[in-house]
Each structure stands twice: as C-alpha cells, then as structure tokens.
Write a protein that binds this ligand. Structure first.
Ligand code: G6P
Ligand code: MN
Length: 446
C-alpha cells in the first residue's frame, strides 16, 4: 500500500508517519512517498522519520521527490497538506487584514479568504493530475482552508477526495471527558456545519443524550477549553457547544484587538519557529527527532493563545496537546482500504444532509466510512442562526472558487465583502489591493 504525502517536507508529517509506525495490521501502508517543492525541507523531515523508524521492524519505506507527477503515479492514497506561500504568506494574510481592523487568521475571515484565493488554483491543479495519473487513488485533504479546498478538488475528483480536520474530534473528546463517558469512541457526536464552523448539539451514549447534563452544570462547563473560551452563559444560551473557531465570530471584536496587540501574529511566530527547526534538523550532526519534538510541544502549547488570553481561559490542558489529526487520517485510510466500517466527522459533499445548501457544497458532518468511501449521515437541521452563518460563509467560498476559476477580481472583492466578519465593501476593496500587492500567487486576479 503506497501513501503519497504532498507537502512532504511539512512539519506535521512525522505525526502521520508515527501513526503509520503504530499500525501493525495486514494491508497497512508499506511505502511512503514524500513530495515537496523544497528539497531542504524534504531532507530535514526525512531525517526525523528515520529517527522515528530506527527501532521499528518493518517500518514503511520512505522516499522523497520534488517531481509531483512521479509522486502521484502508483499512489493508493494521497494526503495533501500543502501551504501555498509558506508561513511568510500566512503572516502576510494576518498583517494585511489586521491593518484594516478585520480578522487575519489562517482559515477564518479575511485571512482565510486570502489563503483560499492563493491555494485553490494549486489544489485544482493537483486534483486534475490525480484524476489523470492516479484515478483510483483516494485523496485525503488536510490543506487549509480545508472545507473550501476540498470542495475545489471535489469538482475534479468527486467523492474520491475527503477533507479532514482534528478540531471536531478534539471537541467531542473533551466533552466526553468532562461528562465522564467511559468509552468516548462509542459516543455518538451530533456535530454539523462547515469546517471550522460547526456545533455539537448532542452527545449520545447508548441512545441517551448526555449534553443537557453538561449544559445544566456551570462547573462542568467551566472545566474544558470551549467552556472557558465561550463562557457557560453563552453555551447555555446557544444550547450547543461551538467549534473553537467560532470564538472568532462570537467574540470578533475581542479577538481582533487581541491579535492586533500581540507582539507577533501566529503566522509570524510559526515562521520564525519553523525556520529555526529546519535549520537545526538539516544539520546531519543534530538530533532531528528531538528538535522536532521540542518544537512541536512549543507549537501546541501556544495554539490559540490570544483567544485564550482574551477570554481569560488560561493554559491548554495536557490532554489537549496531542492534536489527533494523524489519528483521523489513519482511521479514514484503514476504513477505506480494509473496509473497517467506522463513523468519523469529515468534509464531504452535502447531498441532502444540510438544508439550505446544495448537493455539491462540502460540509463537515458525521460520515459512515467503508471501502466505498465516506457517506454523510442524516442529521437534525441546524437552528436558524447557524444555518444563516453556514450559508453566508458558503456563499463567500463560492465567490473564492469563482475568482480562482475565472481570475475575476470582482469575485474576489465580493468574497471579502460578503463575509460576516468584513464590515464594509470599501474595506473589501482595500483588502484585495493589499493582498495582491504582497502575494505573487494572486497575480491571476484581473
Ligand atoms: C487545528 C486546526 C487545523 C490547523 C491547526 C493550526 O488543529 O484544526 O486546521 O492547521 O489547528 O495550528 P497552528 O499551530 O498552525 O496555528
Ligand atoms: Mn482544521
């Protein structure tokens, strides 16, 4: 079984490889092909993987290439985890927006639109190549903004592309933990929305919804990440637990000003942190895995630090530092490759799942997964306020897709202007000017 990882020189690749090393089952991945545009990053990551594999018999063989077509040929699974424009691009996405007084964040608001405008043309090119060179491969999309990018790729790959994110799983795990659910894997998490824009409306164990017990208990509500971010009163008012990324919507003013006050934005912090890591791991005399582990611990500990600070939410809990995105990826691959039926919250085409969205819209909902792929499960309708937000953001995504397909600057302006977190058409126009001035990857907008 061959897995190709696009963005193979990326920082999270050792997480995926670690999950593969722990998989001893029949039919597991035996060959990993790393693809990246940057050969120095590829060799640094290859050194980390070699350290990881050192004591593991039968570890998957790793090869690396900068030739995309060569990487795709013969792949059974393709993981796409690329970052168009690198972390400097992410820092620019943040800076331009914050200078206009609106949110600059990797996936949400103006920053997410800019990142989407840069990434969609590249993702579409990849999807076309996969369709031509590896038509039977399954594509697992990690690339952010994951919902939008998955939808762009689905126009060429249909249901053979599935988008993943670890935040709904992390949220479900935290809720199960505070509720004292003995076996969280057996809980049914009623989650629905778009990527980074969803709500947990229930958590069923043995057919019984345990969420009302949480919502009724302020002490329990204050004992986990989302409870501290949003505050017990707001969660009770909503009657649901939102994905942490909704903090940017419900507390937009506070998060924008916290980001403006920060000494360095998240993107700038990671850009500097990662530059130091790649320099260190590129040195054959340095212990690559130890450098990676140290860097990762620091990255996890500082995740959403400004949000937590503005909400007075304190530090992250130790249990929340392990992410889990590699586990979702591996579970998805196993379910497809070995017909190990399971339920996962994934980004797939809507069909008739969420009312208000058309069949082609990619949504983030629980899916039954088996050898035939991921099938969305029918869920209860979202309440009006959530449907409104989901439809508004999907309309923005559609403008981004139109801009990327046609090069229309007007469509790009419309994307920014229609976003609920951009409060003026004038600002939207200035954002497009600002972003095209700093990003060469947006030169296609005319
Ligand atoms: C969460 C999100 C991912 C995102 C990551 C960003 O896991 O679900 O989509 O890539 O956080 O973390 P970062 O360390 O890059 O700010
Ligand atoms: Mn995510």
């Amino acid at each position: 079984m061959r897995l190709t990882i696009l963005g193979g020189g990326g920082f999270r690749v050792p997480l995926v490889y670690g999950a593969l090393l722990a998989d001893r089952a029949e039919g597991r991945v035996t060959e990993v092909v790393l693809h990246d545009l940057d050969s120095a990053r590829l060799s640094a990551v290859t050194r980390v993987l070699a350290d990881q594999a050192a004591a593991v018999p039968g570890a998957p063989r790793v090869t690396a290439t900068t030739d995309l077509d060569e990487a795709l040929r013969g792949a059974d699974f393709v993981f796409s985890a690329i970052r168009v424009g690198g972390l400097e691009g992410r820092a620019q996405d943040e800076r331009v927006a914050l200078a206009e007084g609106v949110l600059g964040q990797e996936t949400v608001g103006a920053g997410g639109i800019a990142y989407g405008l840069r990434t969609v043309p590249v993702a579409v090119d990849i999807a076309r190549r996969v369709a031509r060179l590896a038509p039977d491969a399954w594509v697992i999309n990690f690339t952010n903004p994951a919902g939008l990018v998955t939808e762009a790729m689905s126009r060429h790959l249909g249901d053979r592309v599935v988008g993943i994110c670890d935040s709904p799983v992390g949220l479900g795990r935290r809720i199960a933990r505070v509720l004292g659910v003995a076996n969280p894997a057996e809980a049914w998490i009623d989650y629905a929305g778009l990527n980074h824009l969803g709500w947990v409306r229930g958590l069923r164990v043995g057919g019984r919804d345990e969420l009302p017990r949480l919502l009724a208990d302020p002490a329990l509500l204050g004992s986990f990440e989302e409870g501290r971010l949003f505050g017990p009163d707001w969660l009770r008012a909503l009657g649901a637990i939102p994905n942490e990324y909704l903090h940017y919507y419900y507390f937009n003013r506070e998060t924008v000003s916290a980001y403006q006050r920060a000494e360095r934005t998240r993107g700038a912090f990671l850009r500097d942190q990662q530059a130091a890591f790649y320099a260190e791991a590129g040195d054959p005399a340095a212990p690559a895995l130890a450098a990676w582990e140290r860097t990762r611990a620091e990255r996890e500990a500082t995740y959403m630090a400004e949000n937590r600070e503005s909400a007075g939410a304190g530090e992250r809990e130790a249990d929340d530092l392990s992410g889990g995105y590699e586990k979702v990826a591996l579970a998805l691959m196993r379910a497809i490759a070995r017909d190990e039926r399971t339920t996962l919250i994934l980004n797939v085409r809507n069909g008739t799942t969420l009312a208000g969205l058309d069949a082609e819209a990619v949504v983030e909902v629980p899916c039954l997964v088996d050898a035939n792929g991921a099938h969305p499960v029918a869920v209860d309708p979202l309440p009006g306020h959530a449907t409104a937000l989901v439809c508004a953001v999907k309309a923005v995504e559609r403008q981004v897709l139109a801009a990327a397909a046609t090069g229309s600057r007007t469509a790009a302006v419309t994307a920014f202007a229609l976003h609920p977190l951009v409060d003026s058409v004038t600002v939207a126009r200035r954002l497009v000017d600002g972003y095209t001035a700093v990003h060469p990857g947006l030169a296609y907008l005319r």
